[in-house]
Design a protein around this ligand. Structure first.
Ligand code: EZ4
Ligand code: CO
Length: 402
């Protein structure tokens, strides 16, 4: 089964997505997500100019060898652009292998370890009471786990808060929107949000929160401690993780569980974090962390240290990643939770998919492959629209982590 074509499809049904479609001489094709939010064209060029030409004629069944060929063969290892491109190829090849076998992907991986995949939805509001109401609305939709983010008085453009719409889509302008970050205001505010959420919604609902890399390790330690009475499922990305050892300090001070890794693209990004049990959930996912092939290795390493998976699933991960991640989630023994932000109707129409939501859980469906396709005619109706992610500055004007 030889690779005949490898084409990149860029489409913007409300937001930009890059998709790789690999066709074989036997007529079976597979698709992979190559979307890197705000840097889409870099991955599209990487695939079109440097990867597609060297895939033609290769045996599509040799997934491992092609992964190693692209990883070792680039000489310039790792990095989000390279690894997103490799992920797209890998996902498309697993899709092809599963379709050729006539099986849903989770069966090839080893079969289902559970009946359905627990997901968490995103509730956000302009202030505490609006967020409390929104969490209530998600509970009434059946969600068992909910991420809560709120506007903070005096902070312009706090992370995770939609501007008037249901969907939060941070990549909102061709040049980055400037937001302001005020650590003191946030540290005073965040525990009050969760105190009020527990008071309004009781002890059972799982509550999550994303700090989005905004704190220093000692600030994160203090916040984790302050969150303890409200039993968070996790606090996410409390501090940037280039320095993995920094998490030793946070860990010494708090039992609030820590989730990390949506920006990771390599097993090496999380090795110390896993081996020293400095985190509880690893957020790497199919699109950015080397496809199914590397994600599986990361999960196996994590499993040795009681770390569970919590795959990234914001709307910049296309339905292709969501589909592939759900097959992975249904199989992976040390599954924790899956992030689920609904895509718009326009996006769902471009990417018909077999997965479905019911009562707070998703299931990948039984279609052969990963169960997600691309409608190229519809995709062509939505041309690329350049957008970048925001940036954050401290109140004195210094650049900070968005
Ligand atoms: O800001 O995916 O947990 N989810 C997140 C996301 C990220 C976006 C960046 O592209 O942190 O909303
Ligand atoms: Co996040």
């Amino acid at each position: 089964m030889k690779i005949k074509t490898a084409r990149v499809i860029v489409t913007c049904p409300g937001r930009n997505f890059v998709t790789l479609k690999i066709e074989t001489d036997e007529g079976v094709y597979g698709i992979g997500d190559a979307t890197l939010n705000g840097r889409e064209k870099a991955v599209a060029s990487y695939l079109e100019d440097h990867v597609a030409p060297i895939l033609i004629g290769r045996d599509a069944r040799r997934i491992e060898d092609i992964w190693q060929f692209l990883y070792r063969g680039a000489y310039w290892r790792r990095g989000p652009v390279t690894m997103t491109a490799i992920s797209a190829v890998d996902t498309a090849l697993w899709d092809i292998k599963a379709k050729a076998a006539g099986m849903p992907l989770y069966q090839l991986l080893g079969g289902a370890s559970r009946d359905r995949v627990l997901v968490y939805g995103h509730a956000n509001g302009a202030d505490i009471e609006a967020t409390v109401d929104e969490v209530g609305r998600y509970m009434s939709l059946g969600y068992k786990a909910i991420r809560a983010q709120s506007g903070i008085p005096g902070v312009k453009g706090a992370y995770g808060v939609a501007r008037g719409k249901m969907y939060y889509e941070p990549a909102d302008a061709a040049a980055p929107t400037e937001t302001v970050w005020d650590t003191t205001a946030y540290l005073n505010f965040a525990p009050k949000l969760f105190e009020r959420l527990r008071e309004a919604h009781g002890p059972v609902i799982e509550l999550l929160h994303d700090i989005h890399h905004r704190l220093t390790p000692i600030e994160a330690a203090r916040l984790g401690k302050a969150f303890e009475p409200f039993r968070l499922f996790w606090m996410e990305d409390p501090t940037p993780a280039e320095n993995q050892e920094a998490f030793r300090l946070i860990r010494q001070h708090t039992v609030t569980p820590i989730a990390l890794g949506e920006v990771f693209n390599s097993i090496h990004d999380c090795r110390t974090l896993l081996e020293e049990q400095l985190i509880d959930y690893i957020r790497a996912t199919v699109a950015h962390a080397g496809g199914i092939t590397q994600l599986r290795r990361i999960a196996d390493l994590a499993g040795l240290y009681h770390v569970r998976t919590g795959c990234h699933g914001a709307t910049d991960l296309s339905p292709v990643t969501m589909g592939a991640a759900l097959h992975f989630d249904l199989w992976v023994p040390n599954f924790g939770i899956q992030e689920y932000m609904m895509h718009t109707e326009e996006t769902d129409a471009v990417f018909p998919h077999a997965y479905s939501f019911d009562d707070g859980y998703l299931h990948p469906g039984e279609a052969p492959g990963h169960g997600v396709d691309i409608d190229e005619k519809r995709a062509a109706k939505h041309p690329y629209d350049p957008k970048q992610l925001p940036v954050a500055r401290l109140t004195d004007g210094s650049m900070w982590n968005w």
